[in-house]
Design a protein around this ligand. Sequence first.
Ligand SMILES: NC(=O)C1=CN([C@@H]2O[C@H](COP(=O)(O)OP(=O)(O)OC[C@H]3O[C@@H](n4cnc5c(N)ncnc54)[C@H](OP(=O)(O)O)[C@@H]3O)[C@@H](O)[C@H]2O)C=CC1
Ligand SMILES: O=C1OC[C@@H](O)[C@H](O)[C@H]1O
Length: 392
Amino acid sequence: MAQTTTPCRWALLGLSSIAQTFVDDILLPRDSSDPISHIVTSVSTTGGQERAHKWLAERKVPNSQDVAVFATFEEMLKSGDFDVIYISTPHPLHYPHALAALNHKRNVLLEKPATMNRPQLERLIQVSKEQGVVFMEAMWTRYLPATLFLQQHIMPQIGPIRRVFADLSVPIASKDMDLTSRLLDKEAGAGAWLDMGIYCLAWADVVLNPDNENKKIPKVVFADSIPYYTGKEDVDDINTVVISGKSESSGQSSAIAIVTTSLTLAGSNKSADRLAVKKVGPSVKIEAENAQVCIPFPLIRPQELHVEWYGSEHLDEKGDAKAEVIKLPVERGWGLWYQADVIAKAVRDRKSENDQKPGLAIGEEESLRVMQWLDDARELAGIKYDPASEAV
Ligand SMILES: NC(=O)C1=CN([C@@H]2O[C@H](COP(=O)(O)OP(=O)(O)OC[C@H]3O[C@@H](n4cnc5c(N)ncnc54)[C@H](OP(=O)(O)O)[C@@H]3O)[C@@H](O)[C@H]2O)C=CC1
Ligand SMILES: O=C1OC[C@@H](O)[C@H](O)[C@H]1O
């Protein structure tokens, strides 16, 4: 029987920079046998009708004239005709925007970091369940082919993990940057830890917290932060965080994650495409008993796994460890569409069932563990935001 394609109708809260990439990605041509397609039906923007239509036309949204443009997100939540809302506003607005959407029984894909802290995230998850809708943090890296292959095929073979390094340092800050940019404005949640550290922690989570109910979750044991002075205020920049998993029997560390970020280090900030720069050295290094796995920069978008096997069965004729490069490129576009497909399928499956299903938070445990690490490291390193932005 021929498979049918289910269109997922999207609303966008904020015509942000990342919403451009997101829309470009979800609208890429697909095979007619693909079970999911995407269409943008509603947007809300503080920028007005004219800007919205220009933005949609630039993105080559095929039905751009039919997209409903709302002046406020509240109006869109009330009367917009869509299946999922993609929220890509500055970090402190994630919680109020997502809460409002969930309270209107909307399915939500919320940009990273989902919230400013764990209590806010717990509340969103609770509300999504109460309202019977789907909620997901847009931690897109987790849904890419290289990440899934590592989890499904490599991790089961490499033995106990002993250490993982994860670094995301991209020189995005510069003295000539507008101080109202969300990357520099503390009120907009600026700082390398929330913005970039979350990706490193997602990798630490993939590696140190595989599905294993009895495993204790490793804890943040060290965090230090060197700030960057923007010309107006300090934002956290060079962060170093250590997470340790202790063995229950000996009480000693059995696995360690070392996580680093910076928004000034790692080269020139003049490249327009900083995430496409070729860099020496891995951005993730996973050291296990039977092998080491490295992932080249940038860790947000893994495309290759470099595996060096240690076991005697893997040595070559000279007795050297065998190295293997496993190429797992993003199949098309930048790769934000993989996560969009995940939530679209979940929404489709729930619609096709007659009974009202309880709500679902996709990646709930993962997002909560990472958010706890974000909070704990901030506490130790003294990374603070306006308490009002952290309220539940
Ligand atoms: N997944 C990924 O790879 C990436 C994720 N991100 C994440 O996406 C989010 C957005 O980042 P980025 O694209 O750089 O942000 P931008 O600064 O480009 O855009 C943020 C948008 O939020 C909207 N906005 C701002 N203030 C308000 C307000 N008071 N009420 C309603 N809307 C508002 C505006 O949209 P409008 O003008 O239309 O009103 C603005 O354009 C962040 O959470 C960031 O961490 C960012 C980059 C990459
Ligand atoms: O999500 C992101 O990915 C790449 C970073 O450089 C950027 O600041 C961030 O928001």
